[in-house]
Design a protein around this ligand. Structure first.
Ligand code: F6R
Length: 245
């Protein structure tokens, strides 16, 4: 694993956006794996900025997102579909027909997941997968204990994740209890993986996931086995990795 140290959140965002830009410039028709959550927002903002300046062209890019809540419509402001439009797709020249997320309105879980696996396969796999890191080591919605062999599947969210996501909803009751997520096997199939992490509260899990034992109880620890992972983390997130990075 390669670690890139950033000073703070803005620096992390710029450095991560640089890696994504390099991917698009080197392969204009690339497949990007996207993430939601707070961490990638700054990188998306930076990409929009470079697009506006004429430095980036998304016209041939395709995207697949990591996950989507089950039982939520695309128009729902809490859907990841909405998030991606709002934070990135509405502001760049990507063809929205080439942007994919699991279908949160498909209540037949098996079909939703099979369809999504087929989409990823038909695209020839993911060139660069962006990941945030959950406090409990989750990636996508792959919570502790998940089998590493899984492709896209339906998960029950843990209490901790529901509480962490509550900040985006009016109340805890409004947070969906299930989601469709790329599995660990899907994530590990990406040719390159870019993890973004910021903030002191992530420091313990950064150390545990990337320097501790590889175990399903810390899903992100599996990334140690991938041959092309870059972690862009700010000083606060790396504060418990002194001497290791
Ligand atoms: C988002 C996702 C999640 C987040 C993780 C970190 O699509 O799948 O795994 O990446 O929960 O979230 P933030 O960045 O909000 O700390």
């Amino acid at each position: 694993m390669n670690f890139i140290k950033a000073k703070d959140y803005d620096d992390m965002s710029r450095k991560a956006a640089n890696i994504i830009s390099a991917q698009i410039i080197m392969k204009p028709a690339c497949v990007l794996g996207m993430a939601t959550g707070s961490t990638p927002v700054g990188a998306y903002r930076q990409l929009v900025d470079w697009y506006r300046k004429g430095d980036l062209d998304f016209s041939k890019v395709s995207t697949v997102n990591l996950d989507e809540y089950r039982g939520i419509s695309r128009e729902d402001p809490q859907s990841y579909y909405y998030f991606m439009n709002e934070n990135l797709f509405d502001h760049i020249n990507i063809d929205k027909a080439n942007t994919y997320l699991p279908d949160g309105t498909q209540m037949d879980s098996q079909k939703a997941c099979d369809d999504y696996n087929a989409v990823i396969q038909s695209m020839g796999g993911v060139d660069l997968q962006l990941l945030g890191l959950g406090h409990n080591g989750h990636i996508g919605f792959n919570e502790p204990g998940i089998a590493f062999e899984k492709q896209t599947h339906c998960v029950n969210l843990t209490e901790r994740t529901i509480k962490a996501n509550m900040r985006f909803f009016l109340s805890e009751e409004d947070v969906p209890r299930q989601a469709y997520t790329m599995g660990i096997k899907t994530i590990m199939s990406a040719r390159k993986i870019l993890v973004v992490v910021s903030g002191e509260e992530k420091a313990p899990i950064v150390r545990e996931a990337f320097f501790g034992p590889i175990t399903p109880s810390v899903p992100a620890s599996v990334l140690q086995l991938h041959n092309d992972v870059v972690v862009v983390a700010d000083e606060a997130a790396l504060s418990e990795c002194t001497g290791l990075v």
